[in-house]
Design a protein around this ligand. Structure first.
Ligand code: ADP
Ligand code: MG
Length: 264
């Protein structure tokens, strides 16, 4: 029996039995993930057997004290660093089994990353920065998507400027457009509002929420700001490399309470 016929029967059976069809796999998944830096006396366990599913089409915030493993978790999920043990999946792909070359291609085509420090190339214009990953990958530019993204992000009139001629908020929005240009399966953002003032960070967070709820983007964001976390659908709290708590539909108050419990 071919795959399509099997699926048709599966769908029919579901309908007859009134059971929902199998849900889509999580956008990303960590299974028993451990990361140890260094060895012997100086070894640091940055992640300690973390298991986490990240649903597609959600904005997840990762919180926790400094040194709790937030960045390490993001780097491992995004395939930027190797795990010591455990597995990482992006959709159905186990990225912890890929060769470096396969991982480079997967990162380029299926993952977006935004850093606190923007990481734009200073000699390129905003437009050139946004289009660089596509040209490196030898992909054609989707001009309509470029226009839509730069419009939504409010940088359409800044495209000819170099990073030094842009404010911090504008630079971060250029970095965001660059990361979303390839329609990544998951956008990872490590403290994306960390270097922004409160008005600019509200604009960026509003954009993140819109891209999740209107465009179906999956986003994972590290933050230490309860207000930023309140924009998420879900908050995951880390301490000493372990997941200690989790909130759904957080408010600024419920996040504050949870971080106080974490400190206690
Ligand atoms: P967070 O982002 O929550 O502040 P990190 O994931 O950056 O935490 O770090 C978790 C722990 O791992 C810390 O103790 C940190 O010092 C350590 N660590 C992170 N990266 C490295 C590295 N490249 N080499 C050695 N130790 C590291
Ligand atoms: Mg960090």
């Amino acid at each position: 029996m071919n795959f399509t016929a099997a699926q048709a029967i599966d769908a029919t059976t579901s309908a007859l039995l009134d059971t929902p069809p199998t849900p889509p796999p999580p956008a990303a998944r960590a299974v028993d993930l451990t990361k140890v830096f260094g060895r012997g006396e100086s070894a640091v366990t940055a992640l300690d057997h973390v298991t986490l599913d990240l649903a597609a089409g959600e904005l997840t915030a990762i919180m926790g004290p400094s040194g709790s493993g937030k960045s390490t978790l993001m780097h491992l999920l995004a395939g930027l660093e190797d795990a010591t043990s455990g597995q990482v999946f992006l959709g159905e792909t186990e990225t912890t089994r890929l060769t470096d070359k396969q991982l480079t291609i997967l990162r380029r085509e299926r993952i977006g990353f935004v850093f606190q420090s923007f990481n734009l190339l200073p000699t390129l214009t905003a437009e050139q920065n946004i289009l660089l990953p596509l040209s490196l990958a030898g992909k054609r530019t989707d001009r309509a998507w470029f226009t839509q993204l730069t419009d939504i992000l409010g940088i359409a009139d800044r495209l000819g400027h170099r990073p030094s001629e842009l404010s911090g908020g504008q630079q971060q929005r250029v970095a965001m457009a660059r990361a979303l240009m390839t329609h990544p399966d998951v956008l990872f953002a490590d403290e994306p509002t960390g270097a922004l003032d409160s008005r600019t960070s509200t604009e960026l967070l509003t954009f993140l929420r819109r891209s999740v709820h209107e465009l179906g983007q999956t986003i994972v964001m590290v933050t230490h700001d309860p207000r930023a976390a309140s924009y998420a659908d879900r908050v995951v709290l880390l301490a000493d490399g372990r997941i200690t708590d989790e909130l759904r539909n957080p408010t600024e108050d419920s996040v504050l309470d949870a971080t106080k419990r974490l400190g206690a």
